[in-house]
Each structure stands twice: as C-alpha cells, then as structure tokens.
Design a protein. Structure first.
Length: 618
C-alpha cells in the first residue's frame, strides 16, 4: 500500500509476544511440599492458566507468540528431586511438554545434580535447551544443550509476508562451575556473560535473525561493589544486537520503576509467581522484519490480602494438574515417610534476631557427621565449629517462604524443609582472624541502625538471607551502630568497621592466630556468596556427603548427639537502649511470639507484600 505523492512507503506492522517463566525451582503445582498444603501464590499450574489466556489474546490480536523458560527449573522443590528408578519423563520435562515450550535456557541450579543427571532430564525436553557460555572442557564430552537456537514464526496478522526469525541465546553466571563443585569444573568451561552475549547476538543477526532474545539467568548488580560477572542485566540490555531480555537468578519482579531499561526486560519472580510478557512491535520492509519498540509486563498468579493471606488471581489449569498427578502422588508419599522426632517446634520466622532451633539442628548434624572423620587428620586437635545459614527466610520468595515445623513426629518433608538446597558437607581450617572476617561478611545482612532511632528496617532487602552464616561453637554480638564492613560482593568498603564484638570460644576471646575446623556447606566453601576470606582457607578432604542426609541421620539417631547441641546459641544483637528497628517476617510468626523475651517485639501489621512487620526494641 502506498500513500500520496512523496509519502514514504508504509510498513506493515506485526507483533511478537514472548511469554516467559523463570526460577520455577520445580514448583510445578500449587502445593507446598514442605508444609504439605496448597499454596495459591506459586506454581506453574497457575501460570499455565495465564499462558493459555495470553496465547488466546495473541491470536485475537493477530500476533505471533512464543513461550520460553529462563532456568533454575530443576532444583528447589521435592517434586524435582531426582529419584533413582523413576519411570517416564522427569516432572519438569513433562511440564515443558504439556505446555509446549518453545525454548528453555539453563540456570546455575540446574547443574546442582551434575551434568549426567541434567542430560537425563533434558532428554525428554520438547524444545531447544540453551546455554551459550558453558562449553565442554575437553574433546569427547557431549553436552545436553546447545549454544543458540533460531525459531521462525509467521505473524498471523500479516499474511503473505515471510516469518519472523527469532534468535535465542542463553547465559548464566560463570561462577556456576565453582558453586557446583570440582566435578563440574572437570567437564565444563565457562566464559563471561556479557562477552558471550555480545558475540552470540552479533552472530545471530549475521545469520539473518530479525529479533534476538537473550535468556539471561542473571540479575541487577548490587549498588555497591557490584560484581557484574554474576549479575549483568543492565549491561546485556545495553548491547545493540539484543532486542529484548528475560532476566532471572535474583528472583526480582521486573519491570519495576527502580530498575529502568531502554528496551523490554522482564523478570517474572520465582516459584511460578508470575508470567512475564514481552510485546515487541515489528515493521517490515525490503530489509525484512525489524523491531520498532516494545513493552514488558508481569501477570501475577496471586495477590496478598490485608491479613497477608494469598488471594489467587489464576486457577490451576486442570489439564496440566492431571498430567502431573502421578508425579504429585509419588512426591507426597515420599515426603510423608517417617524420619524421627523433635521435642520442640522449629521455624525460621525470627532467624535474623532470635535463636533458630532448626538452624541449630542443622549445625549439630553437620558437626556430628564430620567429627569422627577428623580423627587421624591434621585437624584432629582443632576445635570443631559448624556454620549454617537459613534456607527459607521470606525475602523475594514471599511471606510464606519460612520453615515452620511443629514439635513431635517428623517426616521426610521436614528434613527437606530444614535443608532446601542439595549442598554437600565440607570442612575448612581457618584462623581466628578469618573467622572474624567471615562473621563480618555475614553481618552485612543488617542495615546500620543509628542509636536512638526508630523505623529503620533491620535487614537490608538487597542482601540474601542465605548468606547470613551463624557459626555454632562460638559466642559473639553484632553491633548494628557500625556500618557494614563488606559489600554484598565481598569488597571491604569500611575497613575500620567492626560489627562483630566480644567474639569468644569456650568463654575466652578468639585470638587472630588461633586455628579452628569449621563444618560448612559446599556452596559457601566453593566461593558462593563472595566470602572472599574463605579463598585462603584450607579445605580438608572428605568423602561426598549431602547435608540433607546428615540431618536425616542425626534426627533418626544414627549419628550421636553432638557437643555443639549443648552449647549456647552463638550470637545476639548488641543492646542499643532507646533504639528500635523493624523486622519483616511471615504471618505465621504470630503463633510463636511467646518465644520472644517480654518487651522485645511489638507487632506493627502487614506490609503491602503480605509480610508481617515487628518493631524490635534493641
């Protein structure tokens, strides 16, 4: 069609909708397997209803549509546990089949079970599986993923025109090789996120792709000491050959006013909390299709009511739940198997300001598992400590993401609740000086609290709770009037700051040159969380052992009670008379307020995100 004399030739407009999920952590159904109850705020089964609706809307609008996932789909829920002898496709692969995904990018946690297990799962994937910046470490290693993919989609509203060629690349943190252990390092080599994306996006455009979509399992870099090698979303969005980005890894919900981008960028939360939608406008000319702008938006599966309860906005898709019904039943049966007994309730609602019995149990199990293994080694005479961090602490996973285990008979789901991640047990030898820096890094979780102030949030929401290591076997206080010594990326930003005070072992001050053996998880010892002081620690050789198995054996009485179980809880906040701060926790905390000392905490109601706020008198 042409206009009047001198008018430019009109370009037929087309639209491409990209539907995206990320960080599902195998929350495929709207069920909390740790608490054994429905959870209306999560689940790909609810996102499936949003997907069906979005596909119908695209068809009505004459738009093309693709569905992608951005990684960390395999690990995180008992439904995703790889159980020997299971028949048929893994539940994640089955879910991808039922919903007819067009492409899947990989995340760091997809490698937690190793390359061989990942290959077995991905063998049933119905679409290309991508990872652009991991390659084989040596010839002869077959990888279960490709570096890029090209999809072609006809624009329904533009008959007679050629299809749009969509190039896809996928990147994840190169630290994945470190976090997942030495076995992975022997099989894979990693390149940087930005340089890989730049090279692959250019190559895809040279191959004739009209649109390049980056499946970027990476987030927004921290404000201070930013380590962009792990979180490089801003840099990726600035690359000229990339037209749109699906982010992940950090469980944010993007778009958000705090994080503006010049092109469409979406990050749809985690655990199946949202569907991300990118709408790309396209123009066609003699040169082919070209992006001409676009938008990004989120569709949540639930919202939080005035009492913190989740109100569903999307129903579970019946066909999807039927397809996974057998997997669901097997998981429930496995999670309900008896596992032991606890005389006390265990929960993580107060883990950032009061004793956490579940954390103490994990620390005791770790120590009990490794103590006999140190006999006859160089560490035999060293004091044994145990470092543990909370796995479930709310944060970006929502107000119901807390451990909550009643006293009494325990079952397998409770063990999984205490140790969500499939980490292995490690032991390192450290000095007293390294211990202090380790604890200073952990104490960076907290905001600085001015003496005499009120209303400051206790914990920095930009710091991940699973980086708050508590080291059992010591005693110490954390002084919040001091600034954080370390940034989130491990950079020493306040060298003179000392939040850790009165650090003692057996009642005596810890000397800088004193040596200790510390049981810890493989993620931390391998460098996870940017605890740079542990790079100089000596790791002691141990046979592979999952922490979850150690906890199971400890609860079942197959490991002896460890002396650390009788030790006082390691830390407390240093007193600040006349000062208060606001702690954020889950609605379930209300049932446990009587555990706190009188006068410590005053409830302040619910936040817009469904969290319960408590004023702490420091």
């Amino acid at each position: 069609m042409t206009g009047g004399a001198g008018a430019p030739e009109a370009r037929p407009a087309g639209v491409l909708h990209v539907l995206a999920t990320t960080d599902l952590h195998c929350n495929l159904l709207s069920h909390d397997y740790y608490a054994d109850r429905p959870d209306p705020a999560i689940g790909l089964s609810r996102v499936a209803s949003l997907i069906a609706r979005a596909r119908a809307d695209a068809a009505e609008q004459g738009a093309a549509c693709i569905l992608v996932d951005n990684g960390d789909g395999l690990q995180g829920s008992p439904l995703g546990d790889i159980v020997p002898g299971s028949n048929g496709p893994h539940p994640l692969a089955r879910a991808f089949q039922v919903l007819e995904y067009d492409a899947v990018g990989l995340g760091n946690h997809d490698f937690d079970f190793g390359v061989e297990a990942l290959a077995e799962v991905l063998g049933d994937a119905p679409c290309p599986v991508l990872c652009s910046n991991l390659t084989a470490a040596k010839p002869g290693i077959d990888l279960p993923f490709t570096q890029t993919a090209v999809l072609e989609r006809q624009i329904p509203g533009c008959p007679g025109l050629p299809p749009v060629r969509i190039g896809l690349l996928s990147v994840l943190p190169p630290q994945t090789l470190i976090w997942c252990g030495k076995a992975l390092e022997d099989q894979l080599a990693a390149a940087g996120i930005v340089e890989t994306a730049e090279a692959q996006s250019r190559r895809l455009k040279e191959q004739g792709c009209d649109v390049v979509l980056a499946l970027a399992h990476t987030g927004v870099a921290a404000r201070t000491g930013a380590d962009r090698s792990e979180n490089a979303l801003e840099q990726l969005a600035a690359l000229p050959e990339i037209d749109a980005v699906v982010g992940g890894h950090t469980h944010l919900t993007l778009p958000h006013p705090d994080h503006p981008f010049a092109k469409p960028v979406v990050m749809p939360g985690a655990h199946g909390s949202h569907l991300g939608v990118i709408s790309l406008e396209l123009e066609h000319s003699a040169a082919g299709w070209q992006p001409a702008g676009g938008t990004a938006s989120l569709q949540p599966v639930a919202q939080h009511g005035d009492t913190g309860a989740s109100v569903p906005l999307a129903e579970e898709a019946a066909g999807f739940t039927r397809a996974l019904a057998a997997d669901h039943a097997r998981t429930l049966e496995r999670m309900r198997q008896p596992a032991g007994y606890s005389p006390v309730a265990m929960h993580s609602y107060f883990t950032f300001f009061a004793p956490d019995r579940g954390l103490a149990l994990v620390a005791g199990a770790q120590a009990a598992a490794v103590r006999p293994l140190l006999q006859g080694t160089a560490a035999q005479g060293l004091p044994l400590l145990s470092a543990a961090a909370p796995c479930k602490f709310g944060g970006r996973s929502g107000p119901h993401f807390y451990t909550d285990i009643a006293a009494g008979e325990l079952c397998a789901r409770n063990i999984a609740d205490l140790q969500v991640f499939p980490n292995e047990l490690r032991v390192v030898a450290v000095t007293g000086a390294q211990l202090r820096e380790w604890l200073e890094m952990s104490a960076g979780l907290f905001n600085r609290i001015a003496p005499g102030s009120r209303g400051t949030l206790l914990a920095d929401p930009q710091r991940a709770g699973h980086h708050f290591d508590v080291i059992f076997g010591l005693t110490y206080q954390i002084c919040l009037s001091q600034p954080a010594r370390y940034s989130a990326t491990g950079e020493c930003i306040n060298p003179s700051a000392q939040r850790i005070v009165d650090l003692r072992w057996n009642g005596r001050p810890v000397a800088p040159e004193q040596r200790f053996a510390v049981a810890a998880n493989s993620y931390r010892v391998s460098g996870g969380g940017s605890f740079r002081m542990l790079r100089e620690a000596d790791e002691l050789p141990l046979a592979p052992m999952r922490i979850r198995q150690a906890v199971r054996d400890y609860i079942a009485g197959q490991l002896p009670a460890d002396p650390l179980a009788e030790a006082p809880y390691p830390w407390r906040l240093a007193p600040m008379p006349g000062t208060s701060a606001v702690a954020v926790t889950g609605p379930g905390a209300a049932a446990h307020l009587d555990e706190l000392p009188a006068g410590l905490a005053e409830p302040r109601g619910f936040s817009s995100g469904g969290f319960w706020q408590i004023e702490l008198h420091l």
